[in-house]
Design a protein around this ligand. Sequence first.
Ligand SMILES: Nc1ncnc2c1ncn2[C@@H]1O[C@H](COP(=O)(O)OP(=O)(O)OP(=O)(O)O)[C@@H](O)[C@H]1O
Length: 726
Amino acid sequence: MKPKTALPARAAASWEGFRYSKALKLHSDADLHYLSVYLAELEADLNMAPVAQDHKPQNGFDVPHKKTEDRHKERSSRRKFRSNDYMIFSADAMQHISKTAERTTEKYTWLGESLRMSFKMLRSDTRLVRTMLHSHGFMQCSNKNPLVNVVWAGASMKAAKMRDLQPWQRLNQFPRSKQLTRKDFLYENIERSKSIFGNAFDFIPEFYVVPREHARFAKALLNLEAQIERNEAVASFPGEFIVKPVDSCQGKGIFFVSSTDEIPLEGPLLASRYLAKPYLVNGHKFDLRIYVAVTSFYPLVAYVYSEGLTRLASMPYDASSCSSSRDYIHLTNYSINKNSTSFVRNESMSAEDLGHKWTLGALLRYMEKEGIDAKLLMLRIEDLVVKSLLSIQCAVASISKTHLRFVGTNFELFGFDVLIDEALKPWLLEVNLSPSLACDAPLDSLIKTRLMTDLLNLACIPLIDRKTVDSFAQLRPFIHTPESHESSDLDEELRSAENLVNVKTLKKRPVGIKRSVLNRRLANGVVSQNEQRLQSIVRRVKLEEDRRGDFIRVFPRKETWNLYSGLMEDLGSEDYDQKLYEEIIMSQTASREGSVEKKLKREDEEEDGAEELEEIADVFHAVMINPQEYPTLELVPRKVREIIGSWYNEAKEYTKKITQEGEIYAQKLPAMRPSARVRTKSCTEFYEVRKEKLKGKKLAAAAAASQKQATSSDKENSQPDGVPAI
Ligand SMILES: Nc1ncnc2c1ncn2[C@@H]1O[C@H](COP(=O)(O)OP(=O)(O)OP(=O)(O)O)[C@@H](O)[C@H]1O
């Protein structure tokens, strides 16, 4: 059953592969593989996701294709709602989801509903994600359903579970991203990069992982004590080191350590040097929540959101006292400070700098009023983000090669917590996996709704008909079941299918052909595969450029290759980072006469051009980590200033006001109308079971509490000194 319309070359090649595998009577996993490749290439070549078939499947294979004119007709009819056939998310949809279904309210849900798009939540129940997806017509499936369009995971997932992702599916996580989000792993990765590449990675405080590094930690504390005795250092309050569990959040389990006898013996815990001189806002300590989206680790494609949050401590900073309100002075977590009597909620609809939670823009505008170069500060934060991601790139890339079959199936949102010291140096405190998307105040709802809209747009979720998805399930019903992820049988079968191809290919080898010739042919095949993958990546990054909303792409961008390649580990012969840079950035700037890029390129061709570039890169990294020496753009050496000039202009985005006078913003997330809150039967059952379990737990807890109360009141009623009650 060959498609009647002429297929683009690569799709046709896949089709041949599909036919070939059938002719060889390969296992149906191989059919599935070719079918997947075929679909992915259709998606890429025709710049649209495959749509529903209008013909009956033959031979049990439902290969989706449509006549070109039908496709055009279908495209133009839905043009209003589609851009390149990927779902467009709009924050506006959230305003309609609570209203009763009318024509205007239906416009956001009809597309998702008509294609029967779906999602599932794994160890997460984030209301914002659910509301956003329901607002666009997605139905929620139980977490056992393998064929959903979007998988939203709230906790770290095993890489093996990502293997079966199909080209139209999207998952909000990369394998091994825990290397960034577990505190000890993050610090150790950055320390490792620092030991290889030098001071460019100097943006985390001195640290020890206990109990593993107990001896080193004790030695450091003894040295400090001696320095303080000799008046070479001053004691810092509430402690020299702040100690946190490596895998917790919301300020849980944090304490301070100043002497060796306070070092805990259990763990794992991260003890990091307490940064005792933070930059203060109206006398209060604060930290920043910077949202970072990554759509690819190899090559690295990273974005920083232009809106973020400033979280202030609820009590004024006092670096010399060890008062009882210690946590409200020294910790800036919202979850801690909201319990303080001095905490002021920002309930305002339009003020971005009220109470103890501000927007990032409000803080930067405050700093600018104080005469600080806030845009340069943001470039330093972007630099810290890029370097943190580069420190784990090798680990993620190596596993992605074997576990992520298709380009663009994964994306991830990270929450970077940054503290700024009085010298205006940003320090990375930690990186959060699934940063909180709770909307407790109007500012939260406003920022996080926009963030989620832009993130889902960046994820480029293909519009694909449920029928096409179901045809996969018919091919191999068990391949996608969660159990099968764990099963090694499936891997065995796939491997034997692959071996079968190799065996057949070898048998067909013409007698007398040299092994070296064969190797060269095989190598050429690999090269062309890499080239194809690169082209898919390039297409995807270009697509993201049109869909990034308020995200600023910080990598790759103008000059990043020249400035950061010296800090990147060798990831293989594909050289995706360099090639993507050439395709996306160099090609853009090549036409611009006299651009810095061109100038540098020309210089690069000159004899000592490369050497000069290296020098410029060194100065750039010195500028990034040393705000005391380079506090404003004017004081940055000219060559570096010319390079980062366009980044600096772009950084204006961070300082803009997000609320507008006279506008009314929603206080909290809307309640969804029941007709839009579609769940599959199994999902509803799953939630019912969960509800029952919770109810049971609550009842048991209430029973235990009343029993406890009864025994304690019994004790109170009983006579003291064993005198029997009357
Ligand atoms: N090295 C440090 N120096 C000064 N203050 C620090 C340091 N590390 C953490 N803090 C303060 O402690 C707070 C909690 O630290 P951190 O964010 O690492 O912990 P967490 O429990 O993981 O919080 P979150 O809810 O943000 O994930 C920070 O917001 C910051 O105010």
